[in-house]
Design a protein around this ligand. Sequence first.
Ligand code: IMP
Length: 428
Amino acid sequence: MKGRVEAIIGAQWGDEGKGRVIDEFGDRFDIFARYQGGANAGHTVIVDDKKIVFHSLPSGMLHHGKLCVIGNGVVLDPELLLTELRELQEKGMDRARLIISRAAHVVMPYHKVLEKAQEKFRGKGYKLGTTNKGISPCYVDKYTRSGLRFEDIINEHKLRSKLEGILEEKNMILTRLYNESPIAFSEVFDSARHWGRELAPYIADTALEINEAINNGKSVLLEGAQGTLLDIDHGTYPYVTSSSPISAGGCIGMGIAPKSIDRVLAVVKSYSTRLGEGPMPTEVNGGIGKYLREKGGEYGSTTGRPRRCGWIDMVALSYSMKINGADAIIITKLDVLTGIDKIKYCTAYEVDDNLYHSFRSEFDFLFEAKPIYEEIPGWSEDISECRRFEELPLPAQNYIRIVEEHCKVPVIFIGVGPQRHQLIDLGF
Ligand code: IMP
């Protein structure tokens, strides 16, 4: 019998708390599979007061006997991956088996140099505020068919012949267009050969393995990085990442059929955050924005940059639900809202004296959009020990119901604290 396949995606601008939620699902799935993005992601898990941040590894890595898969849609920085693997080994926490798609692309040192040069060239007006992890230049090479895949770096002969041509072109761009220094072939070749040797045991035909596993009844959790509003097609372009964090991205980035996904779980943070540039209608500078940043620890887990914060945006969320075909919502960080006297939520945008109830991803529309808020009383009780919905203070229950009403999707999990098991399960 076919195994269950579920996709977990971020419904906002990333950093919704997906890593922590996925870690919580350790005993519910056999396979954890990352399908897009790269080390621009930062999935934080807290175990026994120890904070562990995964940038490249799937968040299920801490669970005994599970299979973790890095799919073809991911762009992987081998140096960072090896560091993450080593750290887990040293802590004795490398409990899952890992396989990496032979078709996943390698983030090379020149990708990072190119990205920095490009951002500098763009200047302030058109800067994207990327994470500087070489993600977009790596995806660019994928689509211009001049990328290196893991199948290339585990074969020394192939690596040498491909890299020679690629590096010649990159050096031309670096020196003639961006006025940067060229990169020595021997340096890049030696690093890539080393990565190939170290990672060869992990390289596999992941699409075949995962399909076979599903056919043999194994359950799979497809793990999206970033969030819907950063999607290359459906996000706030050009202020987006270069991959498809939405649920459909799971099919392409892993090589499984759309009809095999049984359920889509959308992770929604109780308020809004955004890292880097781009429109964010409900951003609040100072005041509640600052309060949420400090109380929620809203600093980038990859870059340490402060995240922009504000009230929850129902207009954007209901768009996300549609794009992803969300079946259920997981709310995170509800405890961060404790102690706020009046909680606001955005239900419409005003642009040029017109009221809009539906989202449009064009950035100029969103930059203009003035949020229209409704307001409810907050709560002051500590909710971190609540394990049943009925134990939540009534205003907190009300807030959850309002999210459901606007998204037209049921909430099935509520995060009430950062530790494992600080969750309310409403019938997962
Ligand atoms: P890139 O993915 O590094 O190209 O960055 C593009 C945009 O996506 C920037 O605004 C980043 O701050 C944002 N971004 C990328 N990854 C994440 C993430 O995991 N969480 C939140 N924002 C992200």
